[in-house]
Write a protein that binds this ligand. Structure first.
Ligand code: ADP
Ligand code: MG
Length: 246
């Protein structure tokens, strides 16, 4: 079986300052991987490296045994919500239709079939009644569901989501995690950057704990142990101690 994602000794820096160092990771198809770690640990950078949105200094990345370019259509990415320009005037249905572009080609207009697919994907996330709304008018959770619908419309095999649960309501969170689990059960692979540790055990099949370097990777039960977590969150804990919280 070909692994969905393999990273070997991946290094990324910004202006000479290391953001991630020596990351080795293998994700097999049919898994949900959670990438956890403190603020600034390099979680988003890791996704961006895989998606070729930042250059790697060193190392090797393969998706389904190939480069990203050979696989573009099989890969869906839902960026952090804070990175999107919410004033950009675009309707919900058009946002989702963008997910069908890899199939229709950028220069062809989407036809009835693509519109039906986009509508079906909006139904899956419970947002079909918002088709004609501007994306900027929606709540955080609704926006996140629309972006997931766009990823679904792409019919990808490997999904990357950066902090999908930040600032969203519980119904949206439950809708999204249940859809991600459906994708996993269909044999698709899902990689989620996440920083709230409370649900990590429930949501993910595998965890990667990151703090610039890879601290630990494995089953949640193995990673979410105090002696392992301390290695990544040491600075936070001593800070809490200093300010007298602990
Ligand atoms: P996380 O997603 O875990 O919070 P990031 O990957 O966003 O962490 O950032 C890792 C480190 O790289 C942080 O120190 C951050 O300030 C820095 N960084 C991220 N993006 C840039 C950038 N575009 N230019 C310079 N530094 C960056
Ligand atoms: Mg981030």
């Amino acid at each position: 079986m070909i692994s969905a994602l393999v990273l070997k000794n991946v290094h990324v820096s910004y202006n000479g300052k290391a953001a991630i160092q020596g990351i080795d990771l293998t994700v097999e198809p049919g898994n949900i991987l959670g990438i956890i770690g403190p603020n600034g640990a390099g979680k988003s950078t890791l996704l961006k490296a895989v998606l070729n949105l930042v250059a790697i200094d060193k190392g090797n990345i393969e998706l389904f045994g190939k480069t990203l370019e050979e696989n573009r259509k099989r890969i869906a990415y839902v960026p952090q919500r804070s990175q999107f320009d919410w004033d950009f005037p675009i309707h919900v249905l058009d946002t989702v239709l963008m997910g069908t572009y890899p199939k229709v080609g950028v220069f062809k207009r989407p036809k009835k079939k693509e519109k039906e697919l986009a509508y079906e994907c909006l139904e899956k996330v419970g947002m079909e009644h918002f088709c004609n709304r501007q994306i900027g008018e929606l709540s955080g959770g609704q926006q996140q569901r629309v972006f997931l619908a766009r990823a679904l419309a792409q019919n990808a095999d490997l999904f990357f989501l950066d902090e999908p649960f930040v600032g969203i309501d519980m119904v949206s969170e439950e809708t999204i995690i249940s859809l991600l689990k459906d994708l996993r059960d269909q044999g698709k692979t899902v990689v989620v950057v996440h920083h709230d540790l409370s649900k990590a055990n429930e949501y993910f099949d595998e965890l990667l704990l990151l703090n610039k370097k890879m601290i630990h990777a494995g089953k949640p039960g193995e990673v979410l142990r105090p002696e392992i977590m301390l290695k990544a969150y040491e600075r936070e804990l001593s800070f809490l101690h200093e300010v007298g919280v602990n």
